[in-house]
Design a protein around this ligand. Sequence first.
Ligand code: AMP
Ligand code: ZN
Length: 470
Amino acid sequence: MQLYNTLGQTKQEFVPHDGKKVNMYTCGPTVYHYAHIGNLRTYIMEDVLEKYLRFEGYDVKRVMNITDVGHLSSDADTGEDKMLSGARREHKTVMEIAKFYTDAFFNDCKKLNIKYPDVVEPATNCIAEFINMVSVLLEKGYAYLQGGNVYFDTSKLENYYVLGNQNEEELAVGVRDSVEADENKRNKSDFVLWFTKSKFDDQELKWESPWGYGYPGWHIECSAISIKHLGEYLDIHCGGIDNAFPHHTNEIAQSEAFLGHKWCNYWFHVLHLNDQSGKMSKSKGDFLTVSLLEQKGYNPLVYRMFCLQSHYRKPLVFTYDSLDNTAISYEKLIKRIQTFSPTDGEFDFSSAKPFIDSFESAMDNDINTAQALTVVYDVVKSKLNGNTKLSVLAEFDRVLSLNLIQEKAEKETISADNPEIAEIEALIEKRTVARKNKDWATADAIRDELAKRNVVMKDTPNGITWSFKE
Ligand code: AMP
Ligand code: ZN
């Protein structure tokens, strides 16, 4: 399997450190607000990567942190803790909003069929591990204490900018953020490991440490949590592209200084989802969430499909028009699959094999989900018997998680259990056909019949939904 590795900036053969075991770490959300659908693009594509590794027989252990302390509004270690400003905005405590938005995040993940990681660890659970790591970095001479804070000394490394060939000047924190520089730093690129002094005395969560009462920097949490649960060798570290610098660059610096050897072999970065005015961000105020899409009548899996239609290493622009197109394609696809019957023939492996091979070669080529989706359509349009089609699609859906098969099963169960519902669905279907054929008389007669049965219909981008009048 070929994966693009930000470390080296080339596509590389994926070879785990330890045979079939894969250690995978994902930067989790900063839980001061709802995740926007840009954040969720990153988690969807990471989910597909994880599921494909499992599909290929790897034994994956995936760890995700929850950032509930230390992520400041500026990458230059200045500004306010995002959690604190979130708590203030809602007149709640930091821990209250952390709980609320962590639950909201996993709720969104569930709707998008994103698997819950094997380990989820909030940063505030691991203060002892952070303190230990910072102590070792100080002992080894990679860190220094200045003005009450502990900093990592990037000048101690031969090459700090390992994840990119970007120009140092352009990337240097502080220059990029055009904010006042932290006078305590020996080098512009140094970063905080532990804060005891900061401009914001009202920081809500602080802990005792050998350097005074304070709180951890953001970067240390991912290094320490990953090492705590996955050990000294990490196979894949994932995140959105904005995390590559400085967050992941700093993680590499401190983890390798702490461990004394190379830490992570593959860096998987998902490019951003943008709206027409630029990058989507939580600080923009009115941002797009899964709930908002649902309120507008979209099935969250339509958004998942929208993401899968593009390669994760290309920026993706969100518009409702393109989402509408995906909604139509999704509905058609599901309807088509619903016409296949599991009793149509025996499973025919030799005819199915070329399709499975194409699916795997698409995914082996740096997780080319757009290509993998065309293989789904090839199966649908093929001459395979119904049973084989359904089996192959169910296999692909272990990775794509678009409910290609479940949708059918769910509808069938409802209909089977309740003949009235089956009748109503049949009438709605008949009416849709009549409308398509411009047979208004039949369409209207069916509408009246449905109204008599207290059925309320709603036109949505996913087709017609209905319920009984309250
Ligand atoms: P945060 O909650 O801000 O810590 O971000 C959670 C994840 O979403 C990180 O991996 C970010 O890199 C990623 N991310 C942030 N903005 C976007 C975006 N517009 N598109 C895709 N991923 C993003
Ligand atoms: Zn991280």
